[in-house]
Design a binder for this molecule. Structure first.
Ligand code: SAJ
Length: 402
């Protein structure tokens, strides 16, 4: 039996995927409310294909509980926040999950850590706990790689990395993941696995920052960044990403800081890239101000932000550019702009709407922060509004861009 610890964005799909491929799985989470929801037959977040996967895992007999199980295989997928000031990882959830597992596991159990950790975290924080508790266990680091919005497909098809102290146990976990994973699975050592994960997300952060910097240059040069990117990308070795209102999510906006926090003197490109991405919400605010002036809109309460999530068609708002923009406004003692997001059903911020038409009725200027399908399919409803589209989903002449 496999005990999956932490049933969030990564742990839940992983547990469901294993169960629906014939593995005996019990999912554990210390959040009793979350466990109750799952036991009531409901998933805890929206994700393409997740409900179908949930049904098939339930049929296969998956169970959810707040208790850690006595078994020989564990997968830990708990959050790894970072300290906003020092930019260093806070491994407290990983460490406490490892301790709880060590309390109950069999001697010789295999412990897989899927949570993203900064290079060296396992040596620094996890091994001392294992040593102190005196149990013989085999450690694996198998960082997740799935992208919110396409998690189920990517769980099945992405290649994976497994870091192990002993190759034999690496192979054992490779066999376990092969029950569902159709990609290649590479077995390496733990420090290498830690580093690859953070480097992958850093690569993307730096490339997004490049696109964002181009957007700023083109704004000041009064040129169309999207046309420039489109033409440049016709070169066989150029592939520029899309500029946008900033970078959110719990991965790309966070992981590269681990390297900056640990190697401050060596991370010039990475550090500057992170600052550029973090500056984008303020750049959007500045753009709003420019457009309001040009269009003669004096009343800030007539401006609304469309989208609160960190990207399109997901309900995840962690570190989202819209929340970053609102917090910048807050710091400057300005009242919140109006907001609306079809995926965010609970009240999250002041001035939030839950009805698209009502939101549109109450604003003269719409700032598209997220390109949800809802707005893509409803351009007609924006008729008569001033539109700032930070995601470049609309190319009509009268639409403003960043
Ligand atoms: N973004 C842009 N321009 C782009 C692409 C993205 O502004 O051209 C923005 C998005 O709007 C979003 C942010 O960047 O705010 C990040 O979105 P994303 O779709 O690039 O990535 P995530 O954070 O959802 O998922 C990433 C993935 N990592 C890589 O692509 C290298 C995923 O595979 C990881 O599993 C995930 O991080 C993670 O959990 O680490």
């Amino acid at each position: 039996m496999v005990n999956v610890i932490g049933l969030g964005y990564i742990g839940l799909p992983t547990a469901l995927m294993l169960a629906s491929h014939g593995v005996d799985v019990i999912g554990t989470d210390y959040n009793a409310g979350l466990v109750d929801t799952l036991n009531a037959g409901k998933t805890t977040f929206k994700e393409k294909g997740l409900d179908e996967l949930f049904s098939s895992a339930l049929k296969a007999g998956i169970k959810f509980t707040t208790e850690y199980q006595e078994t020989d295989t564990y997968i830990i997928s708990v959050p790894t926040p970072y300290d906003a000031f020092s930019k260093k990882i806070d491994a407290k959830y990983v460490v406490s999950a490892v301790k709880s597992v060590l309390d109950v596991c069999r001697n010789g159990a295999v412990l897989v850590i899927e949570s993203t950790v900064s290079p060296g975290t396992i040596d620094k924080f996890v091994r001392p706990v294992i040593k102190q508790m005196g149990k013989e266990i085999h450690l694996i680091h198998a960082p997740e790689r799935i992208i919110p919005g396409n998690m189920v497909y990517e769980l099945l098809h992405n290649n994976r990395t497994i870091g192990a102290d002993e190759a034999a146990y690496g192979e054992k976990i490779k066999t376990l993941y092969s029950s569902f994973c159709q990609g290649n699975i590479v077995v390496t050592d733990i420090r290498t696995a830690e580093m690859t994960k953070v480097v992958e997300n850093t690569f993307r952060a730096v490339n997004i920052a490049f696109a964002n910097e181009l957007a700023k240059i083109c704004r000041y040069a009064d040129m169309d960044v999207y046309e420039i990117v489109r033409i440049c990308n016709m070169h066989p070795r150029v592939n520029i990403l899309q500029p946008g209102p900033g970078v959110g999510g719990h991965c790309i906006s966070v992981d590269p800081w681990f390297l900056v926090g640990d190697y401050p003197g060596l991370t010039k490109v990475i550090g500057e890239s992170m600052k550029i991405n973090d500056s984008m919400p303020d750049f959007v605010l500045h753009r709003i101000e420019q457009i309001m002036e040009k269009e003669g809109i004096a009343d800030i309460s007539r401006v609304g932000l469309y989208g609160l999530t960190y990207k399109e068609n997901v309900d995840d708002c962690r570190e989202s550019p819209t929340l970053q923009l609102l917090s910048s406004q807050h710091r400057h003692l300005a009242p919140n702009l109006k907001t609306y997001d079809p995926y965010v059903v609970n009240d999250m911020v002041e001035g939030q709407y839950h009805d698209f038409d009502q939101f549109l009725h109450d604003v003269d200027m719409v700032v598209i922060m997220v390109g949800h399908d809802e707005i893509k399919n409803n351009f007609a409803k924006l008729q008569g509004k001033i539109v700032l589209d930070t995601r470049h989903i609309f190319t009509q002449n009268h639409v403003y861009h960043i």
